[in-house]
Design a protein around this ligand. Structure first.
Ligand code: GLU
Length: 289
């Protein structure tokens, strides 16, 4: 068994809030409970969504809460040549094609195919050529038939299966605006950093089959997955900057940890950050997910 390596991979779109802290804490606890390493990777390649300074703000908040990475943090913006290499490899093996469809064209064709109850995702319009359109994005092929169904056993959510062909279709790895898709970057980096265990929010549950498909195509190992329930606000929306989540108050680190712990079913009466984290690690280990 390779040594346990986990990570927290925040997008620097704003300060850490309760929702992202729950994910950070769960991944930290799982790494500690396994006696493994915990890394932090700043996922800052969706440039229009990034907020200047949010990366250092997140790192500082983690530090104040006693969640210290075992290696220096990485920034995806410094790793883009790796994504280009992976894209070239997929292209060389015939797995990619340029797509000239606009969002509107895809939406229109989806209305049409939905009427025929065929597919909910990209219908593969450009699979066999651009039909005179200009290339915009790069898509990777998904398998046809039974091979299109990807299943995995999530340590929290149980067995999950998705039919990539009928539920999704060929998906984008390089966007029309030239930016790298999250799906490609995350797979390349998790493998390059030797990540064995991924612990993150359940909003990414339905991205996982796409990532496993890419791991298969690139000959990379598939890590173990645990998706923690996302924190929702009073309206049932996922906590996020858009839904008005408040920044973690680092003046009261124990309160922040207690609140995040409560979402994971973890509570203890310790009154210092290190003691609280140690007790929480023992509790997490006893939960044995
Ligand atoms: N950067 C992603 C996010 O903040 C998380 C990626 C992951 O954990 O795989 O939503």
């Amino acid at each position: 068994m390779p040594r346990y390596r986990g990570r927290f991979a925040p997008s620097p779109t704003g300060p850490l809030h309760l929702g992202s802290l729950v994910t950070a804490l769960a991944s930290w606890l799982d790494a500690r409970a396994h006696g493994g390493d915990w890394l932090v990777r700043i996922e800052d390649i969706d440039y229009p969504r990034c907020v200047k300074g949010a990366d250092f703000d997140i790192l500082q908040t983690l530090e104040r809460l006693g969640l210290r990475p075992d290696e220096a943090p990485e920034w995806q913006s410094r790793r883009e040549s790796r994504y280009a290499d992976a894209l070239r490899r997929l292209d060389a093996s015939g797995q990619l094609y340029p797509c000239g469809c606009s969002r509107k064209e895809i939406a229109d064709s989806l209305v049409h195919v939905r009427e025929r109850h065929q597919t909910l995702g990209y219908p593969g319009t450009c699979r066999n050529g651009l039909h005179g359109k200009l290339p915009r994005a790069w898509r990777v092929r998904v398998p046809d038939g039974p091979a299109a169904t990807i299943c995995f056993d999530d340590r929290w959510q149980g067995r999950q299966c998705q039919d990539l062909e009928t539920e999704l279709g060929d998906f984008v790895l390089r966007r029309a605006d030239g930016l790298w898709a999250y799906q490609l970057a995350v797979v390349v980096d998790d493998a390059a950093q030797g990540i064995t265990h991924i612990v993150r929010g359940s909003d990414l549950l339905d991205s996982t089959p796409r990532q496993i498909h890419l791991q298969h195509l690139l000959g990379l190992p598939t890590p173990s997955y645990l998706h923690v329930p996302v924190v929702v606000n009073a309206d049932g929306e996922k906590l996020s900057k858009q839904s008005g989540a408040q920044a973690i108050d680092t003046a009261a680190p124990l309160d922040a940890l207690r609140m995040a712990g409560a979402h994971l079913g973890i509570a203890n009466g310790e009154t210092s950050v290190p003691a609280w984290l140690a007790a929480a690690t023992a509790q997490w280990a006893a939960m044995q997910r």
